[in-house]
Design a protein around this ligand. Structure first.
Ligand code: F6R
Length: 602
C-alpha cells in the first residue's frame, strides 16, 4: 500500500517520477505527490485523487530538478486530502513513506513539546519532523535520517530528500519492500522493480532493516546493526507488454483473457511426462497442512483444503492470516504451513509466516518471486501468472489454484493414496485445463447480458457446494469489490439456516453447480430459492442445464469439466460476471475505491 519512488538522475526528475508512480498506482491511488531538489532548492507538488491529477498540476505548475522522490497514497492515517498527501515536508527535509509508524503519537507529542508545528493527520509527518530536529542539532542530513530511523517502530519503507542536497536520497526498508535501481551515473528507488522497468533492469532488493544512502555514484547500504553490507545486483527483466493493457479496455479484462496462456505456463513448469516436478516437498513426513492467506488467495486455500483431504487424505486447515497469527495455533515439524499470496508482500500473511518460523515447514505459493514471503519461505512455488495490475485478482487466483491442485496430487501420490495410473489420469485431465478455460471465456457474451440485469441489484447471493463453495465466496468478493454491490457467498446447504430470509423477487442468486455428485443437492437448494421468488442464475454445464429443470432466470453454460478442474474453469464465469456488472454500473474496474493491490499494512 502506497508506492514510493526516487530518482537521482541526469534528466528532469518530475516526468520520470510520475512515470514510475504510474506503474505503482496499483498500490494506492487516493493522492499523489513528488518533491525535487533543484540547485539545492527543495520543493514539492501534491494532488488529491489519481495520478492524472498530479500530472495535470505539473503541466500548469512544473517542478524542475534532476533529483526527486514521489508517492502514490493509500490512506492509513488521515483522510485522502491535500494536506495529508506525501511527500511530507518539515523544514529542510521531505519524506515519502509506505507502511505505518506505530509510535508516531509519542514522537508527535515530543515534537510538539519542542515547539514544532504539526499540520497533517499522518504518521509520516513525524518522521520529517524528527529528522528536521536532528538536523537542527547539527547532524548531517544522512546522519539525521539514520538517527530518525532508529527511533521509529512499525513496518515501513521510507525515502528522504533534503534541501541543499542535489545528490542524496536516504532510503530504508523495515517491513515494506524497497528496490534500488542502478543506472549509468544515475540511481533509482522504487517500491518494486516494475516501477523502475523503463529506467534500469539492474536491481538490488533491500533486506529487512537496511538503510541505503544513495548518490549518483551508487549506494552505501547498512544492515540493521549498522554494518556496511553488499547486497547483490540482479538483472530483473520485466516484459513491458505484461504491464500494458494490450488493446483491452482494462487490465482486469486483459488478465482474465490471459488465463489460458498463463495457466499453460504454470502447468508446463510443474508437469513432467510422468509426474509433478515439486521434488523439494516430500509429503510422506507431513501429517497436517495449514493453509494461510487473505482475500482471494484465502479462497484458493479453502478450495485446496478439499483437494488435500479428498485426494491425499491429509488433514488440512485454512485460516485468514490476520486471525491465524493471533490465534497462535499449535504446530509441529510434521506440519506443512502453506502461505498463498499474489504480491508476496501482504503484511498479515507475512506476519503469519513469521509466526510459523522454526515451528513448521514453510512453503509459499507466490506470484512475485522476489517478494518477502517468497524469500522468507523454506520453499517458494511460483504461480507464474505474470504481473497482475488490476486490483481485483483474477489470473493469480486460477494459477494459485492450479499450483495448489498439483501440490495436492503430489501429496496423494507421496502418501500412496493414488497410484501411477490414477495420477497419470488426473494429469491428463490437468493438461486440458488451458483449453477448457479458453472455452469458458467464449461464454462472455451471455455473461454480459446477465451482468446488465445484475447491475440493478442491491444484494446478490452466490451459492455452491464442495469446491464451488469457496468459489461462491470468491465470486461474491469479486462482485463487491469492483461493482460495490453487496454480495455474499454461501454453502448451498447453509442457506436454510438463515440467509434464506433474504430471498425475495429482487435478489439475484448465482448458483454454481457443475453436474457432479453434489449437483442434485444443490439443485434442491436452488428450488428452495426459486420457491421464494429468488432470481436464479445457474452456472452449470450442458448436463446440469438439462437436469436443472425450469424456473431459473438464466443458465450460463460452462464446458463439461472433470470435477477436479471445475473451480478453475467456473472461476472464469465469476470473474466475467463481476467485470461486466462493474462495466454496466460504470465503476472504476481496475482501481476500485478504497482498495489497493498490495496490502502492506496490518
Ligand atoms: C481480491 C484481492 C485481494 C487479495 C488479498 C491478498 O480480488 O485481490 O483479496 O487476494 O489482498 O493479496 P495477496 O494475494 O497479494 O496476498
Amino acid at each position: 500500500m502506497c508506492g514510493i519512488v526516487g530518482v537521482l538522475g541526469n534528466h528532469e526528475a518530475a516526468p520520470l517520477l510520475v512515470e514510475a508512480l504510474k506503474r505503482l498506482e496499483y498500490r494506492g491511488y487516493d493522492s499523489a505527490g513528488i518533491a525535487t531538489v533543484d540547485a539545492g532548492r527543495l520543493d514539492r507538488r501534491r494532488a488529491v485523487g489519481k495520478l492524472v491529477e498530479l500530472s495535470d498540476l505539473l503541466v500548469h505548475d512544473p517542478l524542475s530538478g534532476k533529483s526527486g522522490i514521489g508517492h502514490t497514497r493509500w490512506a492509513t492515517h488521515g483522510g485522502p486530502t491535500l494536506v495529508n498527501a506525501h511527500p511530507h515536508r518539515a523544514g529542510p527535509v521531505a519524506v515519502v513513506h509506505n507502511g505505518i509508524i506505530e509510535n508516531f503519537r509519542e514522537l508527535r507529542a515530543e515534537m510538539r513539546e519542542k515547539g514544532y508545528e504539526t499540520v497533517t493527520q499522518t504518521d509520516t509527518e513525524t518522521v520529517a519532523l524528527v529528522t528536521q530536529d536532528l538536523m537542527a542539532q547539527g547532524l548531517q542530513p544522512d546522519e539525521a535520517a539514520i538517527a530518525a530511523l532508529a527511533r521509529l517502530k512499525g513496518a515501513f519503507a521510507l525515502a528522504f530528500l533534503f534541501e541543499g542536497e542535489d545528490d542524496l536520497i536516504v532510503a530504508a526498508r523495515q517491513g515494506s519492500p524497497l528496490a534500488i535501481g542502478w543506472g549509468d551515473g544515475e540511481m533509482f528507488l522504487g517500491s518494486d522493480a516494475i516501477a523502475l522497468a523503463p529506467l534500469t533492469d539492474r536491481i538490488t532488493y533491500l533486506e529487512e532493516g537496511d538503510v541505503a544512502v544513495l548518490n549518483r555514484g551508487g549506494a552505501e547500504i547498512r544492515d540493521r546493526n549498522g554494518n556496511r553490507v553488499n547486497r547483490p545486483v540482479r538483472r530483473v527483466l520485466i516484459d513491458a507488454s505484461r504491464i500494458e493493457k494490450g488493446g483491452h479496455r482494462h487490465f482486469m479484462a486483459k488478465e482474465i483473457a490471459e488465463q489460458p496462456a498463463v495457466l499453460r505456463e504454470a502447468l508446463d513448469h510443474y508437469l513432467q511426462d510422468d509426474g509433478i516436478a515439486m521434488p523439494q516437498i516430500d509429503f510422506t513426513d507431513v501429517d497436517r497442512v495449514v493453509l494461510v492467506a487473505c482475500g482471494t488467495a484465502f479462497y484458493a486455500c479453502q478450495t485446496a483444503r478439499y483437494w488435500f483431504e479428498e485426494l491425499a487424505r491429509l488433514p488440512a486447515e485454512c485460516d485468514i492470516a490476520s486471525e491465524f497469527r493471533y490465534r497462535e495455533p499449535p504446530l509441529s515439524e510434521r506440519t506443512l504451513a502453506v502461505f498463498v499470496s499474489q504480491s508476496g508482500e501482504t503484511a498479515d500473511t507475512l506476519a503469519a509466516l513469521r509466526y510459523c518460523r522454526d515451528k513448521a515447514r514453510i512453503v509459499s505459493v507466490v506470484n512475485v518471486a522476489e517478494s518477502s514471503i517468497a524469500r522468507e519461505s523454506d520453499l517458494a512455488l511460483p504461480i507464474l501468472a505474470g504481473a497482475e495490475i488490476g486490483v481485483a485478482s483474477t489470473k493469480a487466483f486460477t494459477c494459485q489454484l492450479a499450483v495448489l491442485m498439483l501440490m495436492a496430487l503430489k501429496a496423494a501420490k507421496d502418501r500412496g493414496r493414488i497410484g501411477d495410473d490414477a495420477l497419470a489420469g488426473h494429469l491428463n485431465d490437468v493438461r486440458t485445463l488451458p483449453g477448457l478455460v479458453s472455452h469458458a471465456l467464449t461464454v462472455e457474451p451471455a455473461i454480459e447480458d446477465a451482468a446488465r440485469a445484475l447491475s440493478q441489484a442491491q444484494d446478490v447471493l452466490f451459492l455452491g457446494r464442495g469446491t464451488m463453495y469457496p468459489l461462491a465466496m470468491e465470486g461474491a468478493l469479486k462482485l463487491k469489490e469492483i461493482s460495490y454491490i453487496h454480495a455474499e457467498g454461501y454453502a448451498s446447504g447453509e442457506l436454510k439456516h438463515g440467509p434464506i430470509a433474504l430471498i425475495d423477487g429482487s435478489v439475484p442468486v448465482i448458483v454454481m453447480a457443475p453436474r457432479d455428485r453434489l449437483f442434485d443437492k444443490t439443485v434442491s437448494n436452488m428450488q428452495e430459492v426459486m420457491a421464494r421468488e429468488g432470481q436464479v442464475i445457474l452456472i452449470t454445464d450442458a448436463a446440469g442445464a438439462e437436469a436443472a429443470g425450469e424456473g431459473t432466470r438464466e443458465v450460463l453454460q460452462m464446458p463439461p469439466v472433470p470435477p477436479l478442474l471445475a473451480p478453475i474453469v467456473y472461476a472464469i464465469a465469476a470473474q466475467l460476471l463481476a467485470y461486466h456488472t462493474a462495466i454496466a454500473k460504470g465503476t472504476d474496474v481496475d482501481q476500485p475505491r478504497n482498495l489497493a493491490k498490495s496490502v502492506t499494512v496490518e
